[in-house]
Write a protein that binds this ligand. Sequence first.
Ligand code: SF4
Length: 179
Amino acid sequence: MTKDEIESFITQFPVYQYQFLKPEEIEYNDRVRAICKKECPRYGTSWSCPPAVGTVEECTERCRQYEDVLFFSSIAQVQDVMNLEESLKTKVEHEKMTHLIEQHLKEHKLETYTLSSDSCAACEKCAYPKGACRHPELMFPCIESHGIVVTNLVEKYAMDYYLGDRYIVWFSLIFFKAS
Ligand code: SF4
């Protein structure tokens, strides 16, 4: 499947902005992990977050096995972007779209590995650490869990991160290669 074909496929979705890049163009920074540990309440509570996703070195190695990356965003309207509960609810549509795009790539003989904004919210309470992930087919590790700073990528590719108090921007990265 060519990038042109992928581009043409994603036009049917409300993708806001997108960019093709190479896994080696992405910075995987161990310092992000320290911020996760210190500031994120999801640290150590989800299969989609550290430490469950492995070390940043392992994550980097995993990502670099792929040839290309589709980096894309979608936007959702909210009353107040600072209202976490309201904002998180809007992630569902972005996740659905990410799954459909990923699925399409897989159906066209591409191997994929997908990261998405924030931690997985597929279950009310994550099975981590006592049980195995209940829906590995639905679970996308969080982008930051791999030491990737979304704002750096957004700046590098002249995309938008902040569109005002009424909009939230969600991001996904689909790594892919011929299988
Ligand atoms: S699918 Fe459920 S068990 Fe798996 S990471 Fe998501 S919330 Fe946790």
